[in-house]
Design a protein around this ligand. Structure first.
Ligand code: C5P
Length: 408
């Protein structure tokens, strides 16, 4: 079978690290799989390996300067032709610049300009790797959807052993192969994602709501689109900018979310219901602002909203349904209960009392439980990385379903 990298244009950014010599092997392996490789070197990288090495292996001119003598605009042409940008080795300096949007030389300028997936293979001494600033920069880039591979623990140039060794070229190339394939995971499929809180109006200026920011749902929408799905994002009030390329609907109340989701449901292959839908709404809506002078006490009666997911569960047929379960106690028990009562294929459960999990924050700590009761507990990670895991699981579920349908 042909490699997914065949005829793909891979930009290979090489920055200043002793591991630059291993990038030569990466070029060779990529070309063996049929990719065209365009090397880009930072000035520091040229102190480790001469550009001629890369030029010979890639059969391509090596890009070294932002301002080319021939007035070639490589910072514009290369990002456009790229199917993938790999930075290997990526130094702490280059990672820091990328995380801050600095573009003061050719490689980081191309990073900013490209829409292709960016994969980063860090290589540095373990002291630098442990630095909290570097770690924060990595987290920031991951949250934007940049992929990281490695580093690994092993022998370092300093003679010490520690974290910071660049992942082996063969593993990096294998990772790229799988990544390119994953861009087609949901090609031709449509998924509906819900996000954010809902607002339940009390009077003209007040409402009941919750702390949901929409970050988890927006990350799911971005990642789903990244993997080739058509995404319909239905969002309650959120300050986030809707991701590009998704069909976007903004709603306010649970009832509005219900109406929009139900109208789109027939055309989708699955629903990921990350919204924190209000379970109740005020039974009555005051026409004007409630005045405190008029009453000593205010008793508001609340009535239940429709349970959107439960109703989808009853109608689902072959569609994939993913629910979210935010709890403050008995997490697993509640999650398993939801799987059954709402007819879900997967539940993403999180304990919102944990630090670094749940509402408003950029990270989450979740446990995935599927319809067969299989459980996977994930450590704390960015919501974008949680989204990657959720989509991985959706892919698995879709495949299992396809196989069992073919066998029936
Ligand atoms: O029942 P509970 O609110 O704990 O279930 C959470 C899951 O159900 C979430 O996926 C949420 O989006 C969905 N839900 C819903 N309609 C509601 C309440 C929750 O679809 N009224």
């Amino acid at each position: 079978m042909d490699s997914a990298l065949k005829r793909k244009n891979v930009l290979l950014g090489i920055s200043g690290s002793i591991a630059a010599y291993k990038a030569a092997e990466i070029v060779r392996l990529l070309r063996k799989r049929g990719a065209a490789v365009y090397p880009i070197m930072t000035k520091a990288a040229t102190h480790f390996v001469h550009p001629i090495t890369f030029q010979a292996l890639a059969s391509q001119k090596v890009t070294l300067e932002l301002f080319d003598k021939n007035k070639e605009m490589r910072h514009l042409s290369l990002p456009r032709l790229a199917d993938l940008l790999l930075i290997a080795p990526a130094s702490a300096n280059v990672i820091g610049k990328m995380a801050s949007g600095i573009a003061d030389e050719i490689l980081t300028t191309i990073v900013l300009a490209t829409e292709a997936p960016v994969v980063i293979a860090p290589a540095m001494d373990h002291g630098m790797y442990k630095s909290p600033i570097l770690q924060r920069n990595i987290s920031k880039l991951k949250a934007f959807g940049y992929r990281f591979i490695g580093p690994e623990k092993g022998d370092l140039a300093s003679g010490e052993v520690g974290m910071g060794r660049m992942t082996e070229p063969s593993e990096i190339v294998q990772y790229l192969e799988e990544l390119i394939q994953s861009r087609d995971d949901f090609r031709g499929k449509t998924f509906l994602v819900t996000a954010g809180p809902t607002r339940e109006r009390l009077d003209t200026v007040r409402f009941f709501s919750n702390y949901s920011s929409g970050k988890m749902g927006y990350a799911l929408a971005e990642e789903g689109r990244w993997r080739g799905a058509k995404i319909i994002l239905v969002s309650g009030p959120s300050s986030l900018t809707p991701p590009g390329g998704v069909e976007f609907y903004r709603v306010e109340s649970a009832q509005e979310m219900y109406d929009t989701v139900m109208s789109k449901f027939p055309q989708v292959d699955g629903v990921l219901m990350a919204a924190a839908v209000s379970d109740y709404r005020p039974a009555r809506r005051w026409q004007n602002k409630i005045k405190k002078e008029s009453r000593e006490k205010l008793v508001v009666e609340l009535v239940q909203n429709p349970d959107i997911l439960k109703e989808l569960g009853e109608k689902k047929a072959n569609k994939i349904l993913v629910g979210f379960c935010a709890e403050t106690k008995d997490l697993e028990k509640e999650a398993r209960k939801k799987l059954i009562t709402k007819g879900l294929d997967l539940v993403v459960a999180n304990d919102v009392t944990l630090e670094g999990a749940g509402f408003e924050v950029d990270t989450n700590i979740v446990t995935l439980i599927d319809g067969q009761g299989k459980k996977e507990a994930l450590s704390r990670r960015s919501k974008r990385e949680v989204a990657q895991k959720v989509w991985d699981k959706v892919k698995q579920l879709t495949e299992v379903r396809k196989i069992s349908r073919e066998m029936a």
